[in-house]
Design a binder for this molecule. Structure first.
Ligand code: PHE
Length: 371
């Protein structure tokens, strides 16, 4: 027999519950019986019609008829019931596989499809690839090495003697629990890519020309220009008769290839334990073109100097060759140059990003700009 809305006399929680259950049961049953579009419409009207639909009747019979003290509770129950019935009625569809169901289940081909976002190369990785590419065209090959390194490769074989103050400039993150080992075997996170110079020379006899991209770590709190993790690209060329002139010519060419043929380069004396002499390479600021000004404003990236420091470099110190002497690197016979640059810093300058942290937060809105 078709469901009719009963009058309620008992407004106890149990009675309300039972009445609601019967109503939902009836609606579920009728929804399953719908065979075509006409029946679907009749079913919807029977339950939802404003005028005398079942929900309207429930409102009138159960709510309006409720005694004052039961009104609140009945209101809550009736609202729950209405939500449930609405859900059932809206979810109802024509059963079976007749022509009508095709209409009901028709796909709207005019709706936009699901967009799969296309990824973009991360600006740091793009800069990394560009730098490596410039040296590959000059005949350099790529070498890599471990991020967790020993004291020997990160310091000792690079002519940082134990306890030498130059170690302090590297803000090293050490791996815990290494004290029982001899110092040279203790593990740390490499602070630069230079240890791969030694590792490569142990494996390959001269002549060599390599670039070494990789991740490095230092104990620097993150801020707009520092990160405990960053990227470097190292270079090493060793042969007979390599001179400082070769170093200057190679790096001048590389800077022009990276930043445009109008940049000028400039070398200032510096110090690294593993190169002698050592230098820092500056290029004319590619933001202000070397003028130190942006319109009427001072140029911030170069601090108005017109020059930007891009890397450290120098001639390989003969003391470094001593550590790999037995593999053909006799300091009396070979010479070489090395350089190391920070990829992230160059990416910041290249793309005019003012905070290094954007590179590492993984915010898609930031990265999309490079798509
Ligand atoms: N390793 C040095 C640094 O991280 C850079 C460098 C590399 C300097 C090679 C000279 C030669 O600061």
């Amino acid at each position: 027999m078709a469901y009719t809305v009963p009058k309620l006399t008992d407004y106890s929680a149990a009675a309300l519950e039972k009445a609601a259950r019967e109503c939902v049961g009836a609606c579920t049953g009728e929804a399953a019986e719908v065979r075509n579009d006409a029946e679907l419409k009749a079913f919807r009207d029977r339950w939802m019609a404003r005028k005398n639909g079942i929900l309207t009747q429930i409102n009138d019979l159960w709510l309006k008829g409720a005694p004052k003290e039961a009104k609140r509770e009945a209101g809550i129950r009736v609202n729950e019931l209405k939500a449930r019935i609405t859900e059932l009625v809206e979810g109802a569809h024509v059963a079976g596989s007749g022509g009508d169901s095709l209409v009901a289940e028709r796909v709207d081909i005019s709706l936009p499809g699901v967009r799969r976002p296309i990824g973009a190369e991360h600006p740091v990785m793009r800069t990394w690839r560009e730098i490596v590419g410039v040296f590959q065209k000059l005949g350099y090959s790529v070498a890599e090495g471990p991020v967790v390194e020993t004291d020997y490769y990160n310091f000792e074989a690079l002519n940082f003697p134990p306890n030498h103050p130059a170690r302090d400039t590297q803000d090293t993150l050490f791996i815990a629990g290494q004290q029982s080992k001899p110092q040279r075997e203790r593990l740390l996170l490499r602070t630069h890519t230079s240890p791969v110079q030694i590792r490569t020379m142990e494996k390959m006899r001269p002549p060599i020309r390599i670039v070494i991209p990789g991740t490095v770590h230092r104990n620097d709190p993150p801020d707009a220009s520092h990160s405990p993790m960053f990227h470097q690209i190292e270079g090493l060329a060793v042969d007979t008769n390599i001179t400082f002139g070769d170093l200057k010519g190679t790096l001048d060419h590389a800077m022009k290839a990276l930043f445009g043929s109008s940049v000028k380069t400039h070398f200032r004396p510096s110090f690294f334990p593993f190169t002698e002499p050592s230098a820092e390479l500056y290029v004319t600021c590619f933001i202000c073109g070397g003028s130190g000004k942006r319109g009427a404003d001072p140029c911030r990236p170069c601090k108005q100097s017109g020059w930007i420091e891009v890397l450290g470099c120098g001639m390989v110190d003969p003391n470094v060759f001593e550590f790999v002497k037995d593999n053909g690197y006799d300091p009396k016979k070979v010479s070489g140059f090395a350089f190391g640059m920070g990829v992230d810093r160059l990416a910041l300058l290249k793309y005019g990003v003012d905070d290094l942290q954007y590179f590492f937060q993984g915010d898609v809105r930031f990265l999309q700009q490079f798509g």
